[in-house]
Design a binder for this molecule. Structure first.
Ligand SMILES: [Zn+2]
Length: 200
């Protein structure tokens, strides 16, 4: 862990643009660094709304408040079909490879089980048909199909993981949504539309 005094010295040297960049990623900072960042905002005379932003971004959901939010997410409308059945978190992997070209898409979704079934079938069939055609694909295709089967068997455990990731990644947006008394659906929709990673 980098000593806080070293971080302080670095922050003092950064220009305002760099400080703004750090502010935008505040949710990933440890608690003492958040305090230091707020000191730096004050010292530089930057807009105090930035402190408010940092406070909201790092006001994580814990305990019963988190459980309440999980329940609210599960009972939201499915952004895929518009139905009101219970939502779960899913990870879909699709591998397409050919000779030296290899692409692994990982896609996290919080949707209803009917929509998940068709997406799962689509991603597994695509991987089964198109995953094998390169050296890394030969190894990754069966491993990925097996991990998909494990996820299907341990649905609840994997669902909790995806929903937890959603909450931690969107703390600030969800807090602002609560303040504005608007619905979670917009945040769920942009989460479901986002491609998480393209692994090599
Ligand atoms: Zn659905």
């Amino acid at each position: 862990m980098i000593p806080i005094e070293d971080i302080r010295k670095n922050y003092e040297k950064f220009d305002d643009a760099t400080i703004l960049k750090i502010i935008s990623g505040a949710k990933d900072l440890r608690k003492d660094v958040v305090d230091l960042l707020n000191d730096e905002i004050r010292k530089r005379g930057l807009d105090t709304e930035l402190i408010e932003f940092v406070t909201i971004e790092t006001d994580f959901y814990e305990g019963s408040e988190r459980q309440h939010l999980v329940d609210e997410i599960k009972s939201s409308v499915c952004t895929c079909c518009g139905n009101n059945s219970e939502l779960h978190g899913y990870t879909f992997n699709t591998i397409i490879s050919y000779l030296v070209w290899y692409n692994h898409d990982q896609n996290l979704q919080i949707i209803c089980s009917d929509c998940a079934k068709s997406l799962r079938l689509k991603s597994m069939l695509t991987t089964l048909a198109l995953g094998w055609w390169s050296r890394p694909g030969i190894l990754a295709t069966p491993a990925t199909l097996i991990s998909d089967l494990i996820e299907i068997m341990q649905k609840e455990k994997y669902s909790e993981r995806v929903i937890s990731h959603f909450i931690d990644e969107n703390t600030g947006s969800i807090r602002r949504m609560e303040k504005a008394k608007s619905s979670l659906t917009t945040i769920l929709k942009s989460f479901n539309q986002k491609k998480v990673e393209s692994a090599e």
